[in-house]
Design a protein around this ligand. Structure first.
Ligand SMILES: [Zn+2]
Ligand SMILES: [Zn+2]
Length: 353
């Protein structure tokens, strides 16, 4: 029997999100049916709900920072049982066969992974042709894409780790951050605040770059040693060639040339923000110190589990503001003004009956 599901959905790009009902597939042999308790609110949700990324099929239920409890499992499911605390991030499926999938980096699946919402639902069996996300009370997901949330992490503060946490953890690991590393984080938002906490826990000396000192005390509380205002030309000059890695979380179009100067020889700037316009980069500062600019997209399933375990071990979680489902439209407006410290999380148990 299909699972009756209540949700909040965008019905058109120019409409607010409203209550919405649909059906999830009944768990197949490899599936886990999850009772969603909390869902984080990512900037990508807003872009998709407003049709800004192109090709959004409406109605759309956003949400890919899902934390909940297992309600039922299929006959082949061995890793999970009823009552387990689990999470689902940005992916619910991939081809499982390409080189990326074989190497456990499903986010780079060559034919493309199935997004948690707005993706083509390969497994079908729902009343929707596309996947629908976590602003809902249930979700059915293949066990391969379900994560275990360690007991010491509360579900509400763990939810945003499934996107904001892994998106920052993966490049920190890939670029070998550890004791002695000098890491700068541009922008202290949902991604940036996780980058600071994770890099500090890995032993790095962390500097936050921001447009004002509004968040200085927060940055220090999260583990940053230094705070730099990027319009302060003298301070920027003094920080030249200081950093091994810069995590750039800014999603608005911004000037990056002066930030490249902050990289030491062989340093790398990781682009995590989804800027829709080009950013001018000059060759000379790159070749002068063999600097690199790189991108990184979320993380694989194995690495996401590793990140959750790392967070549990180091007592790291997201700073959140909990909202009820019907506050989502106001939350989007506040996100556009960067008025959130540091992630909205929807309490899904507050979905009206
Ligand atoms: Zn996200
Ligand atoms: Zn693949």
């Amino acid at each position: 029997m299909p699972i009756a599901t209540r949700a909040f959905a965008a019905t058109a790009a120019d409409k607010p999100l409203t209550p919405y009902s649909f059906e999830r597939r009944d768990p197949g042999p490899d599936d886990v049916l999850i009772d969603i308790k909390y869902c984080g609110v990512c900037h990508s949700d807003l872009h998709a709900a407003r049709g800004e990324t192109g090709g959004t099929a409406f109605p759309l239920v956003p949400g890919h920072e899902i934390a909940g409890v297992v309600k039922a499992v299929g006959s082949n499911v061995t890793r999970f049982k009823e009552g387990d605390r689990v999470g689902v991030g940005c992916m619910v499926d991939s081809c499982r066969e390409c080189a990326s999938c074989q190497e456990g980096v499903e986010q780079y699946c060559i034919p493309g992974f199935t997004g948690t919402y707005g993706g083509k639902d390969k497994k079908g069996g729902t009343s929707e042709a596309i996947t629908q996300g976590g602003y809902s009370d249930h979700i059915t997901v293949d066990q391969h894409f379900v994560l275990s949330i360690p007991d010491s992490l509360a579900l509400d503060v763990a939810a945003p780790l499934l996107c904001a946490g892994i998106t920052t953890y993966s490049p920190l690991k890939e670029w070998g951050v550890g004791p002695g590393s000098k890491v700068a984080v541009i922008g202290l938002g949902g991604l940036g605040h996780m980058a600071v906490k994770l890099a500090a826990a890995m032993g790095a000396e962390v500097t936050v770059l921001s447009t004002s000192d509004r968040k200085k005390a927060d940055a220090e509380r999260m583990g940053a040693k230094h705070f730099l205002i990027n319009s302060d030309k003298d301070a920027m000059k003094a920080a030249a060639e200081k950093f091994d890695l810069i995590i750039n979380t800014v999603s608005a179009t911004h000037e990056i040339a002066s930030h490249i100067q902050l990289l030491a020889r062989d340093g790398t700037m990781i682009m995590l923000g989804l800027t829709t316009e080009g950013l001018p980069v000059f060759a000379l500062p790159l070749l002068w110190r063999r600097r690199r600019i790189a991108g990184s997209l979320i993380g694989g399933i194995k690495e996401t589990q590793e990140m959750l375990d790392f967070c549990a071990e180091h007592g790291i979680a997201c700073d959140i503001e909990t909202i009820a489902p019907d506050q989502i439209n106001d939350a989007y407006e506040r996100m556009l003004k960067s008025d959130v410290r540091y992630r909205f999380v929807i309490d899904m148990e507050k979905l009206a009956a």
